[in-house]
Every structure is written in C-alpha cells, then in structure tokens.
Design a protein around this ligand. Structure first.
Ligand code: LMR
Length: 334
C-alpha cells in the first residue's frame, strides 16, 4: 500500500514536472505607441518570428499603446522584472542614468537615415547599448522611427513663432535645451497624455515623427504641422539582463535571430510608414501641412544648434564628437 502510494506520488510528480517543463517562457513586451506604427509593427513581427523560431517554447505578449505601462513606469517594470522587453525612444534613457543616449536628440545632428545608421549600426551604437548593462538592462537592437515635425495651432516657421509656446517633450534634457533655445517652455509629459494635453491646451504644441502624430490623432487637435525634420526619434530594444542571461542558450540564440530579422524589418518599414501617415494626414484635411523653405530651416537650425554646446557637459563632449565624426558633421557647415 505504502509503496503504491509512493509510486503514484512519483508518477504525479513527474507528470507535473513534465507539464511545467513544457510551459512556454513568457516575454511581456510593453510599448507606448499604436500597433500600426514602425515600432508597433516591428514588435508584432518580432513576436511572430520569435514564436516560430523557438517552436512555441517562447510566447511573446505584446502590450501596445501604454495599455500595460506608461513611459516612466515601463522602465521601472523592466528593472524589477514585471516585463521582459521594451523599446523606449532613445530620448527616455536619461532617468535611467544613461545620459549619453540623449546625443540622438541633438537637433540636426543626423541629416538622413544613412547618417543615423552609421552610428546605430556601428561600434558606437553597440558601445552605447553596453552602457545599459550596469543598470541591469541589456540593449538588443536599435529600431528606426524617423525625423520629427513640429505641430501647434499656429504655423511654426521661424524661431519667433516658438517664443512663449508650451511644448510637450519627452524626458530628455537635450530636448529641453532645444525648446529653450527658441524661447519655448518645455513640458515633459508621458506619450499617453499628449493627445489630451494638446486638446485641452495644457500644452500648445509638440514634436514627433508623423507616424506618431497620425496614429495618436494629434493632427485632429493641432491646426498646423511643420515638416521641419529638425531631429530624430528612434528606439533601443531592451530586456532585463538577468532574465536574458538566464535563458537557455539555444532559446537565447533563436531570440537573437528573431531580433535580427525584426530589426531589418523595422528599419525597412519606418520611412514608408511615416510617408503613408503624412499622406493620410494631408487627406484628412484636419491640419495644414507646411514645408519650410531652406532659409527658414537654416534660421531654426542656427538657433537650435546652441543646444549642442550647452549639452556637452551632460552627454560628454567625446560622445558628441564621436557622432560628429561618424556622420561627417561639422559645426562650420551650419
Ligand atoms: C514620445 O514619447 O513622443 C515617443 O517616444 C513615443 C514613441 O515611443 O515613439
């Protein structure tokens, strides 16, 4: 009797061990933008590839549009292991203590995606991602979004148009300096709060790539959009380092392969999606789209360029210089 009970217990025990062993590893991937954006689509693509390559041993749960966490909370959630993956914009790493990422926010530092890729796909990009290790965070990849436009209820053409305007920014000191350089009053707000803040007049205007403007319907509460392309917004895909290092080696490798494929996909679709969003905004007739002249662009550039030297002590002069060198940027070309 006793032996039969022990044997029964062993069978039940090993069955439950077996079923435990077959439970997929769940990765919660939280982000703040809509599904039909460069980042939203890339996250869904990563899910598909990761589940295929791991043959279902990993399940990716994507939570879009701040449904799980807003900007600040998602960083904290990653560090404590409540979520395993995020792709915050490069402008949101300051609060984590990795200020060097704010180099990507410097106005006019990149004049094209090609310029940007010289950094994100080169040794400097990897070096920056490795700085996250000390925070318990592992940087996996850079995903593109695009170049930003300014929006407001009046046309934003010249530096004088910015004076006294309350402008929503992401949590980056460089963006703060950029807005102050033209006399605006910067206000940090979570992405999920921007639409309402614009609608109710808590802020007067903002900046973002067109895909974000369109999918958050910001163009419906902003009468003017200026295609200034004054700065870049993109992402670092990150994971909890302890979680990542603790994965079985074969699974980690399959996830790395899925990430490589998702990164290629992300960087292919980013420009196309921003172009499509611009067409959709124009078609909506809800906002006036303005393309600044070369002279207007230059005037804004001259003024906003002040943020570069001001931010040297925060980002590190050598970090800025390294980006200048990678992209062939020279201050005297301004
Ligand atoms: C923003 O807060 O404006 C952006 O970072 C949102 C995003 O993730 O693209």
């Amino acid at each position: 009797m006793k032996i039969r009970t022990i044997a029964f217990g062993l069978v039940v025990g090993s069955l439950s061990l077996l079923s435990y062993a077959q439970q997929p590893i769940v990765i919660k991937f939280s982000h703040v933008v809509a599904n039909n954006t460069p980042k939203g689509n890339a996250a869904d693509y990563f899910k598909k590839k990761a589940e295929e390559l791991t043959k279902g041993r990993v399940k990716i749960e994507v939570y879009a549009n701040s449904t799980l966490y807003k900007d600040k909370e998602e960083m904290e959630a990653l560090q404590i292991g409540a979520v395993q993956m995020l792709a915050p914009s490069l402008a949101k790493f300051g609060p984590l203590g990795v200020k060097e990422f704010e180099v990507f926010d410097l106005p006019y530092i990149f004049s094209s995606y090609d310029d940007l890729h010289k950094v994100t796909q080169g040794t400097m990009g990897r070096k920056l991602l490795d700085k996250l290790d000390a925070k318990g965070v592992k940087g996996l990849a850079y995903w593109d979004n695009g170049f930003k436009s300014f929006s407001a209820n009046k046309p934003m053409k010249a530096p004088a148009d910015f004076k006294g305007m309350k402008m929503r920014i992401q949590s980056s000191k460089v963006l703060e300096a950029q807005m102050r350089s033209v006399g605006s009053i910067p206000q940090v707000l979570a992405f999920s709060e921007v639409y309402q803040a614009l609608q109710t007049g808590v802020v007067d205007g903002t900046e973002n790539p067109i895909s974000n403007v369109y999918t958050q319907k910001m163009h419906e509460v902003q009468k003017h959009l200026t295609l200034s392309e004054h700065g870049y917004l993109g992402y670092a895909v990150i994971t909890n380092k302890k979680f990542w290092d603790g994965l079985p080696a074969d699974i980690r490798k399959q996830l790395e392969d899925a990430m490589d494929q998702a990164t290629r996909y992300a960087n292919q679709i980013a420009k196309v999606e921003n172009d499509q969003a611009l067409e959709a905004i124009k078609k909506s007739g809800k906002t006036e789209v303005y393309v600044p002249t070369a002279a207007e662009k230059l005037a804004l550039k001259k003024q906003m360029f002040k943020a570069h030297s001001e931010m040297e002590s925060r980002i590190g002069k050598e970090v800025i210089q390294e980006v200048y060198k990678s992209v062939g940027f020279s201050a005297d070309k301004i």
